[in-house]
Design a protein around this ligand. Sequence first.
Ligand SMILES: Nc1ncnc2c1ncn2[C@@H]1O[C@H](COP(=O)(O)OP(=O)(O)OP(=O)(O)O)[C@@H](O)[C@H]1O
Ligand SMILES: [Mg+2]
Length: 363
Amino acid sequence: MRGMRRSGCLPASERVGGAGLASTRAQVGRDGQGGDVVCAVRDLTKTYPAVRGRRNAPGTPEVRATDGVRIDIRRGEIFGLLGPNGAGKTTLVRQLTGLMRPDRGSVEILGHDIVRHPERAARILAYLGQESTALDELTVSLAAETTGRLRGLDARTARAERDAVLEELGLTALAARPLKKLSGGQRRLACFATALVGERPFLVLDEPTTGMDPVARRAVWGAVDRRRAEHATTVLLVTHNVIEAETVLDRVAVLDRGRVIACDTPAGLKEQVAGEVRLELVWRERAPLDVPEVAALRDRAVESGRRWSLRLSPEEARAAVAAVTGGAAFAALDDFTLATPSLEDVYLALGGSAGSVRGLVKA
Ligand SMILES: Nc1ncnc2c1ncn2[C@@H]1O[C@H](COP(=O)(O)OP(=O)(O)OP(=O)(O)O)[C@@H](O)[C@H]1O
Ligand SMILES: [Mg+2]
């Protein structure tokens, strides 16, 4: 796996040959895996410059937010970008959508060179930014209709699409409300709805479901799935929700400090931690560290409040369960679960949560 660290996210055929690595220009076409590549990113690099401090305020050092990123996204794929806060996800998608110019590298989407022609991005992709306040003064209805008109729909079609999308997402009752007078989750859903009017073949969504309740989330994934099934829409999705990602994504790239440190299907990534199980221990008040077996587990545990999360081999897990369910530790135990690894375990194994790479479990 370590070899993947610098190679970014490519179909296996290119990874093995390595011939494409020297090239910084994207080749859009078939990827050798039976899929059309609709978005090819090569060597994408962006550094935010240092800012000198003024008076008593400290300055900030320069940040290399994306560092040689290489990704291929195929037609009809729901491709995820996962990574800790500050990993460079938003910076990456802003370069893909033509909103930010990279220092180096190329982005080719549906045959268009987005670095050279950023103005073309609006015609081929829809973008839902991480923060969207631009439409706040408009009503939900007008935001959706105006987006459709700006994307070239005639007035009648824009109104028809507006109504269909608001209905699809359960927003009809809120149509006359200005966005700024909606709740956080409702506003996010309205912005998502707006992004869908005047359909584009490539959808770029930066944390679309943040703040949404389960019903709204399901509406979002339903809408994405329908577009993929009916129009082979391709989706690039930034998310922190690994559990959600596991059910929605076809492939996922894990970004850390501007680099793609792993890329595979959720199942492929999970194989990296296969053979391990996750043991969750929830203590009533605090862990009984006077029990030697419990004290011995502490080094392996990720602690959050009363909860310990451990990745263990099946034998270790069996011994640990025996130790905490028998004897003195049992009285201090509130709950425990044993589970097979999830994408979250992979993420933690990659060091995602800590913001520092601890290496892959099996590397
Ligand atoms: N305008 C800016 N000027 C300077 N540094 C920036 C700017 N925007 C982002 N950064 C820095 O670049 C790095 C990447 O930021 P980015 O917003 O791309 O991360 P992210 O992966 O989207 O994080 P999050 O999950 O919190 O949204 C961070 O270290 C951030 O502090
Ligand atoms: Mg972000």
